[in-house]
Design a binder for this molecule. Structure first.
Ligand code: NDP
Ligand code: GDR
Length: 322
């Protein structure tokens, strides 16, 4: 039985990846940070099937300890301060976790066992300002937030450990991916949860920022499969993972409100507080390298994704009223 270590197991992707690894027969070790209240909500259904081990990307000793204790064959580094807006308010913390955290983990792997296969959660936010579309592995990076800058560092340190020490270290440049488990602060979930609250009479408006931003939104369940496939290849590499189609926040609103038979224009208000000091205007990815090498394809369309999220939130909000 192979052992996989997943950092960020309490997050959206960590929960889907843990499910997939369990289905593939792995012993799954999930690293989580200590907090005064447990936040195992997303993994409650598999909590007894995984090993949960405290640790923090800010603390090198905890990383060495978990690697020595469980001797994983594969490490998936999903932990990060992942919210772009917060990275403007907490740029140093974001750098410590999202950038230097990657070096701490890679270096712990180099010391404990450089044969361990490593996945780094890179992002389309590294492309930032539009240089070319669709964005692919060779598109130059031009990040537009402290988060994007930190992820560029994480990406290049992964490439550097691969080239310097021959490590099987791969980087998945994943475009936005969503699900009913998405954090409430990200725009898709903010909208679908907002629609559910309005539909149930608990709210009367939804305040958003830039409605013109365009994103290539896919389903998180599809994207974690790509992470796993990368580590099953004989050679490490970098891969763009995306659907290849893009939609604006305005279109997201239209679609989400329509699922609940509501007219979005009656409820959505633009609020300056949700605008960013620098914005990423347009993301659309070309995943043909992943399609060819990994045989990876997305299975959930934008419309189906938004409908899945609205329906889940209608049920969730409804259940609190019973
Ligand atoms: P989430 O924000 O849902 O999860 C982030 C995880 O990181 C949580 O488990 C969080 O723990 C953990 N974490 C944060 N700081 C630390 C730390 N200092 N030490 C240990 N763990 C920490 O993100 P997603 O699941 O959406 O994303 C997973 C990864 O993929 C992230 O690195 C993100 O930047 C990246 N990414 C995400 C994309 C997306 O569209 N979802 C696209 C491209 C990349 P806690 O629960 O305690 O907060
Ligand atoms: P993003 O996701 O920044 O792309 O990062 P987010 O959902 O936060 O924003 C997407 C776009 O929507 C615009 N927007 C708003 N965003 C939020 N959060 N709240 C609002 O009210 C709002 N109104 C408009 C934003 O300006 C932006 O243009 C996500 C994260 O998961 C990262 O960790 C990951 O790396 C990238 O996706 C790919």
């Amino acid at each position: 039985m192979k052992t996989a270590l997943v950092t960020g197991i309490t997050g959206q992707d960590g929960s889907y990846l843990a499910e997939l690894l369990l289905a593939e027969g792995y012993r799954v070790v999930g690293m989580h940070r200590r907090s005064s209240t447990l936040n195992f909500e997303r993994i409650a259904h598999i909590q007894d099937d995984v090993i949960l081990e405290p640790g923090d990307l800010l603390d090198e000793a905890s990383l060495l300890a978990v690697l020595r204790r469980y001797e994983p064959e594969e490490v998936y580094n999903l932990a990060a301060q992942s919210f772009v807006q917060t990275s403007f308010g907490q740029p140093v913390l974001t750098g410590e976790t999202t950038a230097l955290g990657v070096t701490r983990l890679l270096d712990a792997i180099r010391v404990v066992n450089p044969e361990i296969r490593f996945y780094q959660a890179s992002t389309s936010e590294m492309f930032g300002k539009v240089v070319e579309t669709p964005q692919r592995e060779t598109t130059p990076f031009y990040p537009r937030s402290p988060y994007g800058v930190a992820k560029v560092y994480g990406h290049w340190i992964t490439v550097n450990y691969r080239e310097s020490y021959g490590m099987h270290a791969s980087s998945g440049i994943l475009f936005n991916h969503e699900s009913p488990r998405r954090g409430l602060e990200f725009v898709t979930r903010k909208v679908t949860f907002g629609v559910a609250r309005i539909a149930h009479g608990l709210a009367h408006e939804l305040r958003l920022g830039n409605l013109d931003a365009q994103r290539d939104w896919g389903f998180a369940g599809d994207y974690v499969r790509a992470m796993w496939l990368m580590l099953q290849q004989p050679e490490p590499d970098d891969y763009v993972i995306a659907t290849g189609s893009t939609h604006s926040v305005r279109e997201l609103c239209e679609r989400a409100f329509a699922v609940a038979d509501l007219d979005w224009e009656r409820y959505v208000t633009v609020d300056e507080r949700f605008m960013r000091p620098a914005e990423v205007d347009l993301l659309v990815g070309d995943a043909s390298h992943a399609r060819r090498r990994l045989g990876w394809e997305p299975t959930v369309s934008f419309d189906a994704l938004i409908e899945m999220m609205v329906r889940a939130d209608l049920e969730l909000v409804g259940s609190t009223l019973k």
